[in-house]
Design a protein around this ligand. Structure first.
Ligand SMILES: C[S@@+](CC[C@H](N)C(=O)[O-])C[C@H]1O[C@@H](n2cnc3c(N)ncnc32)[C@H](O)[C@@H]1O
Length: 308
């Protein structure tokens, strides 16, 4: 049995998105208890607390890295299997430029640097500690990586990557950490530094992921948006909302699908159903908004030009 869910007038990025009436989730079947739990959890945190979490987003992620240093996420060795664009297939030795946004401590970028010698990687994160952990990593090669601090919701990427010549942007579990009202401006920010025809490779939490269903009452911030115990936040994407977000920011959808995985905890003998969304978007050849317009946009600052 599939759980049918109603989403009326979902608000994201300042615009009201589609009404998805009784859509059917293609990969996750909820039990009756899970359905009831989601239906009953309607009380949002107070506006004051929600605003505070938004103001302190950077601080909360920086404290996350203070507590966990480089030990929380495992190196991501699956990326070239899932995204063929990342494979080492350059026959003429030409280099590709990749930008990893919200890079954390480098669990995505270091394995990739080893697997594909034809990449130059720009990487950014708004946590100063995460940026420093990347620089301190023994695998950090300044000739192949440039890492900098940047808040994707307020700092213009094009003031840091002035040639706007990026072939591939990777967004691995980062957009879910950003307030839904700011997601479109973040995707537009990325759009400005990509070459026309360049792509975004995306993987993040999907609707009805096990982690979403585990939140106790008192953690809800909005539709499919929750706060964890440590103040970091997580949004759980439906395919529909993700597709609309990127289309609105000037991208074409190449693929956009749910991925279903079982995570097994051998010690506890537990297996939990994870749901992710994985997608590829391509920048259309004609830009809908140029850098000049972005600079006039009061949401954005010029990113600091001094390396951090
Ligand atoms: C779940 S971690 C993912 C890290 C990394 N992409 C990986 O796959 O291991 C999310 C990251 O996004 C960063 N982040 C969240 N909001 C951000 C923002 N507005 N600008 C830049 N980075 C942000 C956090 O500091 C954190 O490092």
């Amino acid at each position: 049995m599939y759980f049918e869910y109603d989403v009326h007038s979902v608000k994201l990025g300042g615009v009201v998105l589609i009404n998805m009436e009784r859509s059917i989730h293609p990969v996750r079947t909820l039990t009756k208890e899970e359905q009831l739990k989601l239906e009953k959890d309607t009380t949002l945190l107070s506006e004051f607390k929600r605003n505070k979490l938004e103001k302190e987003a950077q601080r909360n992620w920086d404290l996350f890295y203070k507590r966990n240093s480089t030990n929380f996420y495992k190196d991501r060795h699956w990326t070239t299997r899932e995204f063929e664009e990342l494979r080492n297939e350059s026959s003429d030795g030409s280099k590709k430029i990749l930008l990893e946004v919200g890079c954390g401590v480098g669990n995505f970028l270091f394995p990739l640097l080893e697997e594909n010698p034809h990449l130059f990687i720009y990487a950014c994160d708004f946590s100063p500690r995460a940026v420093q952990f990347v620089k301190d990593n023994a695998r950090y090669e300044p000739s192949r990586i440039e890492v900098f601090q940047c808040d994707l919701t307020t700092d213009l990427l094009s003031s840091r990557i002035v040639d706007c010549n990026v072939n591939i942007v990777t967004m691995i579990f980062v957009l879910s950490a950003i307030h839904p009202d700011k997601m479109v401006q973040v995707v537009r920010n990325i759009h400005t530094v990509l070459k026309p025809g360049g792509c975004v490779l995306f993987r993040d939490y999907g609707l009805f992921d096990h982690a979403m269903l585990r939140f106790a009452p008192g953690h809800k911030l909005g539709d499919n948006f929750y706060v964890r115990q440590d103040g970091t936040r997580a949004y759980y994407f439906s395919q529909e909302i993700l597709g609309q977000l990127f289309t609105e920011a000037g991208f074409e959808i190449v693929s956009n699908e749910y991925i279903s995985r079982e995570t097994v905890n051998k010690k506890q003998g537990l297996s939990v159903p994870r749901v992710f969304v994985q997608a590829k978007f391509v920048k259309r050849i004609v830009c809908h908004k140029n850098v000049g317009e972005m600079m006039n946009d009061s949401n954005f600052n010029e990113a600091s030009t001094s390396p951090s």
